[in-house]
Design a protein. Structure first.
Lengths: 442, 258
């Protein structure tokens, strides 16, 4: 029997169970007597847990007290947050001189100012901005935090950093106002937009040179008091170590991963052994090696401070993990992409930088951020070798006379702090993933 | 078959200038002898179609011309440059020889326009404005200028392959190699790609095409090469090749696919 449909079947609304809250609950929570019992039981459990936390942490807690005795007088079953509040400055800044804390704040603000253009749609040249942060910011903030006399190298790097920061900020402003790069703006103002490349380059070089000279003269008179690294501590120290670790482990990992895939046997063997050695040793061992063994191998009189050694160890350790993450990402790129890049004549570095890495890094974001989160948490290990990072500070509260024996509250506070930091990072990575894959549906 | 144009064979644009010369070239994959004593001369403007059963070494042959594969014996001279270990030479050859792949191999993280301007800007050192202008010219030639801002993943297979052809053209190459350009396409898209290739042949571009599209071969080829098990078994002008094949294996192959 032949059949021809004469008209289009109209769309009908979905059944009630798909649309209403009660319908959803009936389908997902109470669809059998066993599931109903589970639902009710779980709700009760959640209630008791939340109530317990609420009573201990808020209802019965003491926020204002001079010492632990007063806390107990107030309530025996509640938390004693007063100790944590009393120590907040120490938790955040360690034993950094209290009248110098503005330096830490300025350093943080500078980082925000420097990195802000990375999130601005209208400002171009993101790779250059990021490179500027990674290369120059550590020197500027490093001097700001440590202070004291600058050597020649430090003077040059601080000058470079100041110029880079000013150029970066100017670039942000021209980008936001006129949507043009600083380079375009300078050329337009000097009336050389259509001049030959060489003239343009000379003009830009001249401007950079003047800025560099001015900044150099300025920084000769800029001096802040020395704060020895032993006074650094708390969240500040954790941020310094993990910040440097995060910023340099990715470039280091990329270099190691490329080395591991190199056709040159020497480079490959070197990279493979380096990666495997560091990966098969626990971080705490590497830290002990860096602080106790490393000075033994050096010439007498060669002194690196403990903090520098720890940072180097953390960077190398994490670069090796990152190298494996990057290698995995590189393996996900089909051979055709390499061949496509070859056929338009791109050499190795351009092929990697323009075609392969951008795609590979996109695949790797979840793993990279995972490593970063791990790194942030791992830095607490430095408290074992005698640096007073945030964990070290939290634990010393219980040794402070007024708060003797106060263990629980500081550690819970620390856990919350870490949770916030790590959760933000992981949320941001998720957002990046979605954003970057938007235009890229295979 | 698709791609055949009613007016029949294109006039040959071949000159006497030799642009590719392959002399006693041999290649092995491990112990497997893929290409055996290959001799081939391609003149400027010549259009060569390579056919043969799968595994006969035809793709490997053209990949050797572009230095995507290394050969172990014999010489390949492209545009006066002898292929060897010298990486600078390799990059030069790759710049002068375009290639279009079965799987397009467009860069998925870039827009169509960025795909097209990447080589001109970074390799040919063109200014961005010039590169964009060239790219739009070629996008118009392959009839999809309106897709410039999209990503490869948003295009159909036929459109992607046309973009890939335009990407090769943007580098202004002396030779373009096609490695089964229509084999990964849905039937209704084969024609649009072949039409673009026929137009390209019209402009006098030197082309070496590995394909199973025999109608297309009859239309554009100056020479048809039949390969089997690493040998060039038969080489002739299309009329002679299709009407009067000499070798038994050629006859068998043609009887199977026509």
């Amino acid at each position: 029997m032949a059949f021809v449909k004469s008209e289009k079947t109209p769309d009908r609304p979905a059944p009630l169970s798909e649309r209403s809250v009660t319908g959803w609950m009936r389908k997902n929570l109470f669809n059998s007597w066993f599931n109903s019992i589970l639902t009710v039981g779980t709700l009760l459990l959640i209630y008791f847990i939340v109530k317990g936390i609420w009573d201990w942490g808020f209802a019965d807690a003491t926020f204002m007290a001079e010492n632990r005795r007063e806390c107990f007088d107030n309530s025996l079953t509640g938390a004693c947050w007063a100790g944590v509040i009393d120590w907040l400055d120490n938790i955040f800044y360690g034993r950094y001189p209290r009248d110098q804390i503005w330096r830490i704040h300025y350093g943080g603000l500078m980082l925000v100012l420097w990195m802000a253009p990375l999130w601005m749609e209208r400002v171009k040249g993101k790779v250059l901005i990021a490179a500027g942060v990674v290369v120059f910011y550590p020197f500027l903030s490093g001097y700001l935090f440590a202070g004291g006399d600058k050597g020649v190298f430090m003077q040059l790097m601080v000058t470079g950093a100041v110029v880079a920061l000013i150029a970066n900020t100017a670039n942000m402003i021209t980008g936001l106002l006129k949507q043009e790069s600083l380079k375009g703006f300078l050329l337009r103002v000097s009336g050389q937009t259509i001049a030959p490349d060489k003239t343009q380059r000379n003009i830009l070089l001249a401007i950079t040179g003047c800025a560099f000279a001015a900044a150099f003269i300025w920084q000769m008179n800029w001096r802040v008091d020395a704060v020895p690294w032993t006074k650094w501590g708390g969240l500040f120290l954790t941020m310094v170590i993990s910040g440097i670790g995060i910023a340099s482990s990715l470039p280091g990992g990329i270099i190691l991963a490329l080395g591991r895939r190199s056709k040159l046997t020497v480079i490959r063997v070197l990279c493979v052994s380096f990666i495997e050695v560091f990966r098969s040793v626990p971080l705490i061992t590497v830290l002990f090696m860096a602080t106790t063994m490393f000075p033994l191998f050096m010439d007498e009189g060669f002194v690196l401070n403990k903090l520098t050694q720890v940072i180097i160890a953390v960077v190398l350790f994490n670069a090796c993990y990152m190298a494996e993450t990057v290698r995995a990402g590189l393996q996900a790129i089909p051979k055709g992409q390499y061949e496509g890049a070859h056929t338009i004549g791109l050499g190795y570095w351009r092929m990697m930088g323009l075609v392969i890495m951008p795609q590979a890094l996109k695949h790797m974001i979840p793993n990279i951020v995972g490593s970063f989160i791990g790194l942030l948490k791992d830095t607490t290990l430095v408290s074992i070798i005698g640096l007073f990072d945030i964990l070290g500070m939290l634990r010393s509260i219980s040794k402070d006379v007024p708060w003797l024996g106060l263990h629980k509250e500081p550690l819970i506070f620390g856990a919350m702090l870490f949770f916030i930091l790590c959760f933000l990072m992981s949320k941001y990575s998720r957002y990046l993933e979605v954003k970057l894959s938007a235009g890229n549906r295979h | 078959m698709t791609g055949t144009r009613p007016q029949g064979q294109l006039a040959s644009a071949a000159s006497s200038e030799v642009i590719i010369e392959i002399d006693k070239m041999n290649k092995w994959y491990g112990a497997f002898h893929v290409l055996k004593d290959i001799d081939l001369i391609v003149r400027k403007g010549e259009r060569i179609v390579v056919c043969g059963p799968s595994g006969s070494g035809k793709s490997t042959l053209i990949r050797c011309i572009n230095a995507l594969e290394e050969h172990q014996e014999g010489d390949i001279v492209v545009d006066g440059i002898k292929m060897g270990k010298n990486l600078k030479n390799l990059d030069h050859i790759r710049t002068e020889v375009g290639m279009v792949f079965q799987n397009f191999n467009l860069f998925p993280h870039m827009t169509i326009l960025e795909n097209l301007t990447l080589g001109p800007i970074w390799v040919r050192k063109m200014s961005r404005a010039d590169a964009v202008e060239t790219a739009m010219t070629y996008l118009e030639r392959v009839k999809i200028p309106e897709q410039a801002g999209k990503y490869p993943g948003q295009l159909s297979g036929g459109q992607q392959q046309r973009v890939a052809i335009a990407r090769s053209l943007c580098m202004n190459p002396k030779i373009i190699l096609f490695d089964e350009p229509t084999s990964a396409l849905d039937p209704e898209m084969i024609k649009e790609v072949l039409d673009v290739m026929v137009e390209l042949a019209d402009t006098g571009m030197t082309m070496i095409v590995v394909t199973h599209e025999m109608g297309f071969a009859k239309t554009i080829a100056d020479q048809v090469i039949f390969m089997d098990q690493g040998d060039i078994v038969e080489q002739n002008e299309p009329a002679g090749f299709f009407e009067n094949p000499q070798h038994d294996r050629t006859k068998l192959f043609l009887s199977q696919i026509l």
